[in-house]
Design a protein around this ligand. Structure first.
Ligand code: AMP
Ligand code: GLY
Length: 422
C-alpha cells in the first residue's frame, strides 16, 4: 500500500488525484496545497507547490512513499532531486532534465544538435544583437523569454516593430524578471497545433492518447493567450500514423538525446507541436502534464495511473501497458470574468451538484476554495467541466449541458471547445 502526495492546486492536479484515488494500491492521498475539489479526495496540506523545503519535510514527516509533482516550477527548482536525496520516490524530472522546459535556449540547442525538427532560431543575452537578428530574419517572427514565465513569455510578432518592442519588453523592461535574461527568437510556424504526451522512464517512452487545447481566451480562437480554455481527446489531427511519426522523429530522439547529455528524462514529456503537411515540429517542451489537457486524458484512462507513474520513477515502463476507454472526453474551462487579465476572487459558485448529476460528467476544480460550506472562486481558471461520451460531438454537447447548470454569473467560458473535431 502506498501513501501518495500530489503537489499542485489546479485542474490538472484534481484530475491526477481523481485517477490516483481509484488505485487499489493507494493507502492515503495527500495534496499540497490542493483546492476545494481535491479536498473531496485527498487530505490537503497547507504547503505551497514551490516550497521545496516544506514539501520535503512534509513528505518525510508523513511517511510519504511517492510524490507526484504537477507543475513545472518545483520541477525546475529541483524538488525531485531534493526528494530523492531524502529517500522519497517521486514522479517528474530532476532539475537537469527539467531544463527542457526551464530554458527555451537549452531546448532549441538540444533539438539543433540532435536533428529534432523545430523552427529555426537564434538565442541572445543582449538586446542589440537580438534586434540585429530581426533585421536579417523579418517578421512574422516569435520572441520568447528563455526561462519560466507562467505561460506568458511568448510574443508572436507580426512586424519588425512589434519584435523590437517584444525584445525591449522582455530584456529591458524585464517583464518576466530573470526569465528574460536571454531570449530565443524563432521563425513563425503555421499549421495545426497539438499536444502530445508520453510517459518516460529515463530510457523508454510510452505515448498517451492525443489531446488538443484551446489557448485563446475567446470563441473562434480570438483574444489573448491563456493557460488553456478547454481541451478534448482524442485529437483528430494526431492520427495513428502521425503518432508514430511523432514518436519516431521527436519523442524518441529527445529521450535518447537527454540520456546522451547525461540528463536522463523521467516523468511525463509534453511536446507542444505544430503540424503542417504531415510534418510535426516542436514549438516547446513541457516537463509536466498540460492543463487542461490532463483532465480529458484522465477521464479516458482505464489503467491504474499510480502503477504507471511509479513505473516511470522506477525505470520499468516496459512492465506497463495503458488501456483507454473507447470514448472521447471534452473539458470546458470556466474562468473568472477578466481572466487572463485582472479578475476578482470570492464569488460563489452554485449548481455544481446539478451539473454532476448528468451522465458522464466530472467537474475538476482549479482556483476554488470552500468558505462556510460554499464553493467560491479563488483564481483565474476556476473549473474544468468535463464529459465523457462516445464521440467528441456528444461529449461537447454534454459538457455544455453541465456548464449551463452551473450558476456563476462572475465566470465565463468559451462556447466552442472542440470545434476542430466536431
Ligand atoms: P510556447 O509556450 O512556446 O508553446 O508558446 C505558446 C504559444 O505560442 C504556442 O502554443 C503557439 O500557439 C505559439 N507559438 C510558439 N512558438 C511559435 C512559433 N514558432 N510559430 C507559431 N506560433 C508559435
Ligand atoms: N495547456 C497548456 C499548458 O499546460 O501549458
Amino acid at each position: 500500500m502506498t501513501k501518495v502526495l500530489v503537489v499542485g492546486s489546479g485542474g490538472r492536479e484534481h484530475a491526477l488525484c481523481w485517477a490516483i484515488a481509484k488505485s487499489p494500491r493507494l493507502e492515503k492521498l495527500y495534496a499540497a496545497p490542493g483546492n476545494a475539489g481535491i479536498a473531496g479526495l485527498a487530505q490537503c496540506v497547507d504547503v505551497a507547490a514551490d516550497d521545496i523545503d516544506g514539501l520535503v519535510a512534509f513528505a518525510i514527516e508523513s511517511g510519504i512513499d511517492f510524490v507526484v509533482v504537477g507543475p513545472e516550477t518545483p520541477l525546475v527548482a529541483g524538488l525531485v532531486d531534493n526528494l530523492e536525496e531524502a529517500g522519497v520516490k517521486a514522479f517528474g524530472p530532476n532539475a537537469k532534465a527539467a531544463q527542457l522546459e526551464g530554458s527555451k535556449g537549452f531546448m532549441k540547442d538540444l533539438c539543433a544538435k540532435y536533428g529534432i525538427p523545430t523552427a529555426a532560431y537564434g538565442r541572445f543575452d543582449e538586446p542589440d544583437a537580438a534586434k540585429e537578428f530581426i533585421l536579417r530574419h523579418h517578421a512574422p517572427i516569435v520572441v520568447k523569454a528563455d526561462g519560466l514565465a507562467a505561460g506568458k513569455g511568448v510574443i508572436l510578432c507580426r512586424n519588425e516593430n512589434e519584435a523590437y518592442a517584444a525584445i525591449d519588453h522582455i530584456m529591458t523592461e524585464r517583464a518576466y524578471g530573470a526569465a528574460g535574461d536571454e531570449v530565443v527568437i524563432e521563425d513563425f510556424l503555421d499549421g495545426e497545433e497539438a499536444s502530445f504526451f508520453a510517459l518516460v522512464d529515463g530510457k523508454r517512452a510510452l505515448p498517451l492518447i492525443s489531446a488538443q487545447d484551446h489557448k485563446a481566451a475567446y470563441d473562434g480562437d480570438e483574444g489573448p493567450n491563456t493557460g488553456g480554455m478547454g481541451a478534448f481527446s482524442p485529437a483528430p489531427v494526431v492520427t495513428g500514423k502521425m503518432a508514430l511519426t511523432i514518436m519516431d522523429r521527436i519523442i524518441t530522439p529527445t529521450i535518447d538525446a537527454m540520456a546522451a547529455e547525461g540528463r536522463p528524462y523521467k516523468g511525463v514529456l509534453y511536446a507542444g507541436l505544430m503540424i503542417k503537411d504531415g510534418e510535426p515540429s516542436v514549438l516547446e517542451y513541457n516537463v509536466r502534464f498540460g492543463d487542461p489537457e490532463c483532465q480529458p486524458l484522465m477521464m479516458l484512462l482505464k489503467s491504474d495511473l499510480l502503477d504507471a507513474l511509479e513505473a516511470c520513477a522506477d525505470g520499468r515502463l516496459d512492465t506497463i501497458t495503458l488501456e483507454w476507454h473507447d470514448d472521447a472526453a471534452l473539458v470546458v474551462v470556466m474562468a473568472a470574468l477578466g481572466y487572463p487579465g485582472r479578475y476578482e476572487k470570492g464569488s460563489e459558485i452554485r449548481g455544481l451538484e446539478d451539473a454532476l448529476s448528468l451522465d458522464g460528467v466530472t467537474v475538476f476544480h482549479a482556483g476554488t476554495k470552500a468558505v462556510n460550506g460554499s464553493i467560491v472562486a479563488d483564481g483565474g481558471r476556476v473549473l474544468g467541466v468535463g464529459a465523457r461520451a462516445p464521440s467528441v460531438a456528444k461529449a461537447q454537447k454534454r459538457a455544455y449541458e453541465a456548464v449551463d447548470r452551473i450558476n456563476w454569473p462572475e465566470g465565463f467560458c468559451r462556447r466552442d471547445i472542440g470545434w476542430r473535431a466536431v
